[in-house]
Design a protein around this ligand. Structure first.
Ligand SMILES: Nc1ncnc2c1ncn2[C@@H]1O[C@H](COP(=O)(O)OP(=O)(O)OP(=O)(O)O)[C@@H](O)[C@H]1O
Length: 243
């Protein structure tokens, strides 16, 4: 199904290797390295402006690093032949044209990746978008836009999910859905990499944690390792990022 011309996207290992990014004179990322593994939920946390979105954008081929590599199963995202069947991603917004309906957007994304209209109906149901699917995206709330972005990310039933602040704007039902979705995906052997500022929410769902601060990795490891002697992930986060 999914794959690169070279190796095929079977394991779904995300490797960020020594990635550095400068914007003008500002160093946004400085030698960032970590791995997100199959069967695990990896939380990517850090203060505003720490470099989370920049890292995820480089991983998804939306931006370039001056140094280092970001790989999925040893290949850059841009080398994937049918990316949606390998990596599902949600960055900011739904990515949909505002004058389209949610259903039309999903059908367009599905068609561009050789996926069926039946799958479109499945993800509409999965994302709880049945009553909104025929509305134009310009009328969507923040949370509905989030659900639409997640629905599109799930279209290809990918082994890898990359989610930037997936809980933003979601109501209680949406938060519960995303929580269960990422845990179910990881239990089934998928790789989930997600950023969030919601420490208590994250502590419930992550296996591994990567902490970034000022463009540098401040800590990485299992939830227990990173939490360490601190009472909670939140306490560890503040200790690691306050400088
Ligand atoms: N398009 C851009 N042009 C210039 N600077 C940018 C751009 N995008 C990000 N930056 C800068 O890069 C740095 C890292 O930003 P980034 O968005 O990756 O952080 P983040 O950890 O995702 O933050 P947040 O939690 O606020 O989303 C910040 O200093 C930011 O100002």
């Amino acid at each position: 199904m999914c794959g690169t011309a070279r190796s095929g996207c079977i394991a779904g290992v995300i490797e960020i290797e020594n990635v550095s990014k400068r914007r003008g004179r500002v160093t946004v990322l400085d030698g960032v390295s970590f791995v997100a593994r199959p069967g695990r939920v990896t939380g990517f946390i850090g203060p505003n402006g720490a470099g989370k979105s920049s890292t995820l954008r480089i991983l998804l081929g939306l931006d370039h690093a001056q140094e280092g590599r970001a790989l999925v199963d040893g290949s850059p995202f841009t080398a994937l032949r049918r990316p949606l069947t390998c990596v599902g991603a949600v960055l900011d917004g739904s990515g949909a044209h505002r004058s389209r309906t949610g259903r039309a957007h999903l059908r367009w994304v599905a068609a561009s990746n050789g996926l069926s209209r039946r799958r479109v109906e499945e993800v509409i149901e999965l994302a709880g978008l049945e009553s909104a699917a025929n509305k134009r995206v310009r009328g969507y709330s923040l949370g509905m836009g989030r659900r639409l972005g997640l629905a599109a990310a799930l279209l290809g039933d990918p082994g890898v999910l990359v989610l930037d602040e997936p809980f933003n704007g979601l109501d209680a039902g949406g938060v519960r859905w995303v929580r269960e979705l990422v845990r179910t995906r990881a239990r089934a052997g998928g790789t989930v990499l997600l950023s969030s500022h919601l420490m208590s929410e994250l502590a419930e769902i992550v296996d591994d944690v990567v902490v970034i601060s000022g463009g540098r990795i401040a800590a990485r490891g299992t939830l227990d390792t990173v939490t360490g002697e601190h009472g909670s992930l939140e306490d560890a986060y503040f200790a690691l990022t306050s400088s």
